[in-house]
Structures are given as C-alpha cells and as structure tokens.
Write a protein that binds this ligand. Sequence first.
Ligand code: HEM
Length: 524
Amino acid sequence: REPTLPPGPPTVPILGNLYDFPTEFPHYRFTEWARQYGGLYSLKIGPGTAIVITNVADVNELMNKQSRATADRPHMHIADAVTNGLNMGMAQYTEQWRTHRKAAHTILMPQAVARHLPIQNAEAMQLLQDLLRRPRGFYNAIGRYASSVILSVLYGTRAPRYESPATAAFFKAQHEWECLLEPGATPPIDMIPLLKYVPERFAKWKRNVRKTRDLQRAVYFGLLDKTKERMQSGEANGSYMEEILARKQEFGLDYENIGYLGGALIEGGAGSTASYLQSLLMVLTAYPNVQKKAQEEVDRVVGQSRMPKLEDLEHMPYLRAITLELHRFRPVAPLMIPHATITPVEYKGYTIPAGTTIFINACELLSLHLPPQSLLMILLRIGELYDDPETFNPDRYVLTENGTKPGVDAPDLKPNFIFGVGRRVCPGVHLAQNSVNINVMNLVWAFNYTAENDAAGRPEPPDVWNYHKGVLSVPKPFKCKITPRTPAKAEMIERGLAEATETFEKFEYGLEHEDKEFVERARA
Ligand code: HEM
C-alpha cells in the first residue's frame, strides 16, 4: 500500500487485499474493516486501489463537493464488451454518458414523471387485484408490477402477466448479465488485459458475452421498434421513448444509443422497485405493530368509503416515515454502484490516485452492521447515529428529519442519500418515489399481512435477514398470509381495476395472444 493512501487491512505481495476480498455480501466485511481502519480506508486490489467510505461527512466532501473528480465508474472490460460502453449505469464519465444522462434527466424530472401517474396508479391497482386473487403469488405479482410500470413509462407497452413476453425476455437477459458480472465468473481481464486476446473457442466467457449481448439487444431494440411502429400507426401514448425518438436530434442520440439508454433505465428501474416492495411486505409481516399503526393512520385520513390517493400522503407522517425507514433498514443497493476517481484527489492529507474504485458502504453508514447473531454487531453499538438500528422502527423518522437519535448532528445525511450521490445520483428517483408512495398507501389500506404457521402451529414470521447475495438487496421468497381487510375494500379493488381499463388500453397496442386473452378474462 502506497504510504499516501488511507490506512487499510494488511496486504500480501502482488494480490494486495485480493486474497481476503469478500465475494458474498461484501458490505458485512467492509463494515468489519471500517471498525478497524475508520470511516475512510483503502484496499489494494492487485495493483489497483479502492477506497471504502462509511463516514457521511467524507461521502459529502468526496462525492458531492468533489463530484467532478469522483463521477467515473471503475473500468470493467466485460461490461464494455457486452454493451459497447453504452450502459449508462456502468459507463465511464464520457461525453456519451453525459448525453444519455441529459436525456434521462430531462424526462425523469418531477414534472415529467407526473405525466406517468395514471399508468402507475392503474398498475398498482392490478397489483392489488393480483394479491386479492392469488395472495400466495405476491412475490411475482410485485415483479410484474415493477417491470410493467417501467415498460409502460419507457415504451408505452405494458406486461399484464409475469410471463408476458417482454418481461420474460428481460428477466432472462438480466439473469445472464448478472451471472456474467458475478465476481469470479470471468477471468481477471481488468488485471491481466492480455486475456482479451484468448481465442473464443478457448474462452467460454467470450461466448457468454456474445449470448448476453444478443439477448439484451433483442429486448432493447425489440421494444424500441415496437414503439416506433406504434407511433407510425398513430397510437402514440406519451411514453418516454416516443419523446426521445421525437427529440433525438436535440438530444444528440442515434437509434443505437437510444436502444441502450432504454436498456439501462429498465435495468435500473425494474429490480430496484420490485425488491423494495418485496421488502415492504416482509417488514409489514414481521412487525405487526408497525402494520397496525400504519393502518390506523390510513383509515384516519382516507375513511372507509374510498381508496387512498397520492395527495393523501401529505397527511400521513407515519407512512412517509415507513418509506424512509425501509430505505434505511434494507437499502436496495447496500454498496450503491461503485464510483471511480477521474483525477488524483487530495483529501485529509491523503492522495487518492486517478482510477481508484470508490465504495460507499451505505449499510454501515446507516448503522446496519451485520446480522444479529454477529458478536461484532452487539459489541460495536457505541456512538451510532441511530437508536437500536437493527429494529425496523419508522417512528425514528417521525421524531427527527433524518431518523437519527435526537441531539445527533448529521446535517450531511439527507433522507434521499440512498439514491446515490454526486453526478451519478439515480435519475429514476422521482419515478421510483411515486411507485413507492402509491403502493405503500394502497398495500397498507387493502390487506392484513400475517405470518404463516409452522408445522407446530406457531406463527413463523419471515427472517428479515434472509436476502439473496448480489448487488441488489433482494429478499428470498418468504411466507406471508395476505387477506383483504374488509369485503368492502375487496369490492373497491375490483371496481377500481374495472375503472382503470381505459388507462390500460392505451398501453395494450400489439399485445401478444396470451396476454390479450389474459386481459380479456380478467376484465370479464
Ligand atoms: C427504489 C428504487 C431505486 C433505488 C433505491 C435506486 C438506487 C440507485 C442507486 C443507489 C444508484 C447509484 C447512484 C450512484 O452511483 O451514486 C442508482 C443509479 C441508477 N438508477 Fe436507480 N434506484 C431506484 C430506481 C430507479 C428507477 C425507477 C430507474 C429508472 C427509471 C433507475 C435508474 C437508474 C440508473 C440508469 C442509474 C445509473 C446512473 C448513472 O450511473 O449515471 N433507478 N439507483
């Protein structure tokens, strides 16, 4: 380790800290290291360098105030080989990235996303009906909701079923993509660039790159072609891509770039929203007292004769607190997406070289250390920002704006921090927040969520630590009994879905045969 770097765990020759680098749930290991080496420490990844930040003031200084220097992404040969460097979320900080980003930003601003509220509301209504009719299928019903919203908003085409062709094709491409990006799935090409030149017949990873690339292109360009066709047949429905296609010269984007812009947005929007809502049902089931308090608030504001509307949220401080507490308790991206430095950064007497990978350990920052069985977690509670951080307790956000202990000063810790920092902050934040807000109100209003009984007949609440490994915090499927709170509410859901038909129909141009049949059956 160069002496100008922040401290870090001991290194070995050549590999540095690579021998000890976590491949599963890295945020746990990062947390242990933070306790030993402080809120800003460094790791040697072979010849390369990474820093891990867990201190909110350092995040603000380095990522926001010095955002020009820290807006890059680490170079990943595999990502470039699959997407030609055109995936906005993984691309280097280039002119091309800025062009994509500008197009995303302009159309995903609060005023622009308000235009998509009717279809978001209608899809949320179908989610309620799906839960009413097939409560045990709640996991996939949420997956369908999230992908249908993003497909409708971006391409003006919805996915009435979890198995709808566009959704199924997207999930397949996404699965291949995630497998390819998994640590250890490909040789260390970024460390040993010569590996790029191994002929394809000796390099399985090259065949996988081609397969993933073909699958992704089939989804992205299939959807884009359909949007173009719909516009040409006079069936435009105000989708995001229609606007991009119409203003492509102004945005400086050709068809190839527009295809990948859409791809990055589906990728960013579908899984994140789904895992957030799956975690929501998990905590409502695991914390019945929170559920009860939330239902009391919704009933107080909405009464018994109608469904909630987005405007009601203003009068529901406890529900707003639930949305924030869930971001804290189970951050969708515990390590966000790593950034990288573009130029050397001088900070606190250290020199962080250009090309350094930057991890932000959101979990540690939010005082969510390790699963409860860890002794470390029990020992290291002192001096934290939050009271009893491993408990899901929305009241902390009713008590203080940032949910921190009263009297703890954390001015840099904004509730939206969980959507990222600096120039790479999530462009889908407003769209995501509308989805979260609509569904939190609807789901609390509509159903009771109770733990299923175990073999001995005792309630078995979901294990709130049982998550898949990977970049996103996705809860593993869990059991939960979902029942309508009253027959009148069940009736309102059925009626609400029927009333949404007009909105849906605008997004059903060219539906595949099975989807058409499904929709007709559901409406009958
Ligand atoms: C609960 C929902 C969501 C959460 C928690 C979330 C969180 C994040 C985070 C933490 C990042 C990394 C920011 C950084 O590097 O500093 C990110 C990036 C990104 N998100 Fe989201 N996101 C959500 C929903 C969405 C939606 C709905 C979309 C699309 C409409 C989207 C599109 C993207 C894209 C394209 C990037 C990459 C931006 C870039 O590198 O320039 N996200 N998101």
